[in-house]
Design a protein around this ligand. Structure first.
Ligand SMILES: [Zn+2]
Length: 95
């Protein structure tokens, strides 16, 4: 993943996000932003997709945790089931 070219030393205000899988709070840049497009969870690799996002460590372990806890439905306030196949394929490609 390319670094966002900001060199602000001593910046205490780095944005924090909570992983919807393991619930660990960490800097945004460590997490993968996810959005839902037509009921499908997709990784927002460029951070540009509109809509409600959720954050997840880029690991299939955290994906499993999130699924088990139904964290995605909550995070996205989805009424129906969400398709994680595309996200899983992406994460498995990383492992
Ligand atoms: Zn995690």
């Amino acid at each position: 993943m390319p670094r966002q070219g900001k060199l602000e030393s001593g910046d205490q205000a780095a944005p924090l996000r909570t992983c919807v899988g393991c619930r660990v709070r960490t800097v945004k840049s460590e997490l993968l932003r996810l959005v839902v497009v037509d009921g499908v969870i997709v990784p927002d690799l460029r951070g540009r997709l509109p809509g409600r996002g959720a954050s997840l460590h880029p690991s299939s372990g955290c994906l499993e945790l999130a699924e088990r806890r139904r964290a995605f439905s909550r995070a996205f306030r989805a009424q129906g089931a969400l398709d994680v196949a595309r996200l899983r394929a992406h994460l498995e490609g990383l492992d």
